[in-house]
Design a binder for this molecule. Structure first.
Ligand code: HDE
Length: 748
């Protein structure tokens, strides 16, 4: 392949893909909710003569100078009469609304839900029974503790709130990426959140659970045990919002046509698998790219790599409710899949980015109480209080109950009732009366009639005494925490141990970390001993229990959730300097682009990098344009690295400590690394792979895969494709845990 044709091929790969994606994006731009939002969307073209106006539609002639009384020296006092200046400043002064008290930092996207199996046996909710429907959705991902301006990749639980704009009204599942919660009763929510938020005396730390107050609370409140094990696992540092599971956490009820009740938990699992960052990388990204997750989501959707989740239900019949050794209404317990299998009945896809952040992602107002006929609440004590809190918090954020009239919150189902007026009322309702009953009876409550009639609460018998108490099974807090730990693979256990060590080492109050070691001993003697030694506390003398549970829970290790082998949206850095082998780069890019991975050229400088053979040219613009320089990019922001051949470029790379660090850091973070031709020499110099002499492959066209480092020294153009195949296979597994098991990541 000539240099020229190689460059042209690369342009076609990029251009063709973009055109196809744009086509798909247009086709998807028209679901009913998007059309509805279109009525509220303005563009420069929708204005008169492209002219800026005041908020009352008057064309503006000058927006740079406040009206003044100008004296001879060219200045003078401002005049209050300037209605445009005052409107502009007033508006600015009032631009902020209170940020969410938790989950303040978020990212949203639009999507669509498709049902492939009717759940009519358990519910009459049309959204879960009518397989011919496509239901528009809006989803908001978030961190919990940090404020709006904090970083994305902190260790934290992630919010995963999903809204279905159903024909019967909005249905919200305000979920998380972890299936259990810290506390059992909502009255303790302010306590658990206060303990995690910045300490009141100093307002530090920001977006961190690694401090005295958080671990003080965890140590003293045994019911947190299961959830803090999850938060300290890899689930606390997801690689991408696209690679997280979602859980409704609370126990809801489904009601079918016959009026029968089934207890249900909602779960959704990503097609791309559940994957996480490694801790060192997460910490670095907080500084290198604090918007890492929101950018990742935006870029994937923008490039047509639409993330998808299978949507499932776990059901327990009313008659079986008492047959478990945990209370099925206790949100600190999950329903193990081996006992209650997940029935996947639908899927959703996010296929459109928001047009403007504030009116969509910031103003979306999720409430657990937004349900539709066929779905109901239970006595889950964490859910009951949430139903109160979400509505209350929206009133605080918006200052008016009319927040449901905002475009993003406005249901697709028509709304009509006698609640009128209030701040910022938009709707104009015809008619003389705003009360019920009235002499016209034009609108009235409608009796329940399956999924399409009025909402009717399940007829549940309730009797008892007013008390502040929980059911007897609520008092067991440790079994599932131990079972979760038992379910982890060796590398997952190692990561958990390290996170406890990190977090507790940030606490400087010995009482806090000593109590926490006692608490950990209640979950696992092994874990408590390892953490204690590292944190500087005497390990417990003996196990807390004579026998800890030995069972594991199915489906909770991320090793069981690696996805469908797709590498869509994976970011691959191609490291080059002048004199690189363009043919190899072209072949690799084409092969990876065919699988919708996104490649970036990272060169010795940004701008054109000259391929071997082009080096003599004096024209600056000749060469392959680098997206980043070695200095401006960082290995942490990519999933994998490729180093092509080219004697001249390898010579330069070997002289750069920065680019050597790139490869070593990616190796330490267990990422797939690929090299061809002379690129192999560079890898050999940068990392240690025991028992593998990469030079041996010099004479063969063999592709060597050693701990996720894929090399082919004597690659002919014909087999870059084979190398790419192994490279993407490795990428689809996300990280090479065997490298960590062998301790190689720490020997670079
Ligand atoms: Fe929330 N939670 N929460 N929460 N929560 C809020 O509502 C609350 C809980 C979750 O992207 C607030 O609109 C109480 C569990 C998400 O807009 C607030 C309790 C789960 C989001 C509130 C819980 C969540 C919130 C703050 C204990 C997982 C962000 C702003 C009973 C199932 C939604 C707001 C978005 C937000 C209260 C516990 C998930 C204060 C009282 C369990 C994803 O109302």
């Amino acid at each position: 392949m000539s240099l020229q044709s190689a460059l042209e091929t690369m342009q076609e790969v990029g251009g063709g893909l973009k055109a196809k994606m744009a086509e798909k994006a247009n086709a998807l731009s028209s679901n009913a909710k998007i059309k509805q939002l279109g009525q509220y969307t303005v563009t420069p073209e929708s204005t008169r003569d492209n002219c800026m106006t005041t908020n009352t539609g008057v064309k503006v002639s000058n927006t740079d100078d406040w009206l003044k009384v100008i004296s001879d020296n060219g200045t003078g006092p401002h005049i209050l009469e300037d209605f445009h200046a005052r409107e502009k400043i007033h508006h600015f002064d009032h631009e902020r609304i209170p940020e969410r008290v938790v989950h303040a930092r978020g990212a949203g996207a639009h999507g669509v839900f498709r049902l492939f199996e009717s759940a009519a046996d358990v519910t009459c909710a049309k959204v879960l029974t009518d397989t011919s429907r496509e239901t528009p959705m809006f989803v908001r991902f978030s961190t919990v503790l940090g404020s709006r301006g904090s970083a994305d990749t902190v260790r934290d639980v992630r919010g995963f709130a999903i809204r279905f704009y159903t024909d019967e009204g909005n249905w919200d599942i305000v979920g998380n990426n972890i299936p259990v919660f810290f506390i059992q009763d909502s009255i303790k929510f302010p306590d658990v959140i206060h303990s995690g938020k910045p300490e009141p005396s100093t307002e530090v730390p920001q977006a961190q659970s690694a401090h005295n107050n958080f671990w003080d609370f965890m140590g003293l409140q045994p019911e947190t045990s299961h959830m803090f094990m999850w938060a300290m696992s890899d689930r606390g540092i997801p690689r991408s919002y696209r690679m997280m599971q979602g859980f409704g956490v609370n126990t809801f009820a489904l009601i079918n046509e016959q009026g029968e009740r089934t207890f249900v938990k909602f779960v959704w699992t990503p097609e791309l698998g559940v994957h996480s960052l490694v801790w060192d990388e997460a910490l670095k990204i907080c500084g290198q790219d604090p918007d890492f997750h929101r950018k990742d989501l935006y870029a994937a959707i923008d490039n047509g790599a639409y993330p998808k989740w299978k949507f499932g239900i776990q059901c327990i019949k009313e008659a079986d409710a008492d047959n478990f050794d945990f209370d099925i209404l206790d949100s600190t317990k999950l329903w193990p899949e081996q006992l209650v299998p997940v029935r996947y009945i639908g899927e959703f896809e996010l296929n459109r980015n928001v047009t403007e952040y504030f009116p969509e992602t910031e103003q979306v107002a999720f409430c657990t109480s937004h349900i539709v006929p066929g779905i109901d609440f239970t006595d889950d004590p964490l859910l009951q209080g949430r139903n109160f809190s979400y509505l209350d918090t929206q009133l605080n954020r918006f200052g008016s109950f009319n927040f449901n009239e905002l475009p993003i919150n406005r249901p697709l189902a028509p709304t009509l009732n006698n609640q009128r007026d209030g701040f910022m009322r938009h709707t104009i309702t015809e008619g003389k009366v705003n009360y019920w009953p009235n002499r016209y009876s034009s609108i009235k409550p409608t009796p329940a009639s399956g999924g399409s009639g009025g909402f009717e609460t399940y007829r549940q018998e309730v009797n008892g005494f007013k008390q502040r108490k929980r059911g007897p099974k609520f008092y067991e807090h440790l079994n599932q925490a131990t079972q979760f730990y038992n379910s982890m693979r060796p590398h997952e256990k190692r990561h958990m141990t390290n996170s406890f060590v990190f977090e507790l080492s940030k606490c400087d109050d010995p009482q806090v970390y000593t109590t926490m070691i006692e608490r950990l001993n209640m979950v696992s003697f092994e874990l408590a001993c390892t953490v204690a030694t590292q944190v500087g506390v005497a390990p417990p003398e003996k196990p807390f229990k004579t026998e800890y549970p030995t069972a594991a829970i199915q489906g909770v290790s991320q090793a069981e959730l690696t996805g469908n082998g797709s590498i869509e949206g994976r970011r691959v850095a191609i490291l080059i300097a002048d004199g690189f082998d363009l043919g190899q780069v072209t072949e690799m890019r084409t092969a990876l682009a065919a699988q919708k991975a996104v490649t970036f050229i990272v060169g010795e400088r940004r701008g054109p990098i000259k391929a071997a053979g082009q080096e003599e040219s004096s024209k600056y613009e000749e060469g392959l344009g680098a997206d980043f320089s070695w200095e401006s990019g960082r290995s942490t922001l990519f999933d994998a690295i490729y180093v092509p051949g080219g004697a001249g470029h390898i010579l330069k790379m070997k002289q750069s400590g920065r680019v050597t660090h790139w490869v070593r850091e990616a190796f330490e973070h267990l990422k797939p690394i690929c090299a061809t031709g002379e690129g192999v020499d560079f890898i050999q110099q940068a990392v240690v792979l025991p028992g593998v002499d990469l030079a041996l492959s010099e004479q063969s066209t063999e592709v060597v895969n050693s701990y996720g480092v894929i090399t082919s020294r004597n690659v002919g153009l014909t087999n870059v494709g084979d190398v790419a195949k192994q490279f993407s296979q490795e990428m689809s597994q996300h990280r090479n845990w065997a490298r960590e098991d062998a301790g190689l990541n720490l020997k670079v």
